[in-house]
Design a protein around this ligand. Sequence first.
Ligand code: NAD
Length: 254
Amino acid sequence: EVRIDGQCAIVTGGARGIGRAYTERLRSMGASVAVLDLSFDEEHGVDRPAESGRGALLGISTDLTDEKAARAAFAEARERLGRVDVLVCNAGGGTGAMWENSPLSMDLNALRRAYEVNVASMALSCREIAPGMVSAGRGKILTVASTAALRARSDGGYAHYASAKAAVIAFTNSLAREVAPAGVTANVIVPGAIGTERLLPKMEAMGMDSVLRDIPLGRLGTPEDCANALEFLAGPLSDYITGTVVRVDGGMMI
Ligand code: NAD
């Protein structure tokens, strides 16, 4: 088990889905976590104080596609945490049916929205937090792409989301290069087919058999599988690793 007691982290989109598993994992590693998300449910119990061996949890509601609101939310997170050692840019996602938005029938509004939600929100998060890490001479940044960025669907669909997630990888490369001299790292987590509440109905609509046929390890991934990669990438065992892509996809890209 990797411990980062006393450290502070920000997780965007950490109220539900895979982001929630990142949040809970960081807390059990000993870090205090500020979650920036659109909304929180009662059962999330945000603003929980630190418990023994577990970090505190703060929730800040914001829309990361609204620059002014998002800047204020990051300022609040910085102030309440006092320091930021780990930034996880997880907010994002696809929109529409998987077979929609092929390059031959692209809805430009869907394309713009995919770039706002996945690329601009991630770039803004890094811009607000990375300079402080550079000044401090330490920090770990994780961004989140998708196997969609690495391999096209056979029906051409989802090109809006795939290209947005490819941009996340390219942006993270640029960032990793720029912050490396200060000792700050930046890496990308690339989930495959993870069975979250949001994605399960889409996979069921596509046919679960065809989804599973595509995964050599023969099962859907879980948010915990993604959190296992995060535990390595957010802690000291990955100190010499930057600018990499870690796939959590059951071998889907082999
Ligand atoms: P999810 O929809 O379950 O959770 C996303 C969270 O981000 C939600 O809490 C949502 O409220 C928040 N969010 C979305 N837009 C926001 C905004 N503008 N401002 C603030 N918060 C916002 O998604 P998930 O399946 O857990 O996916 C998490 C990340 O992993 C996403 O970037 C997604 O693209 C990526 N991913 C997921 C899968 C998968 O199989 N589920 C596969 C590949 C990549």
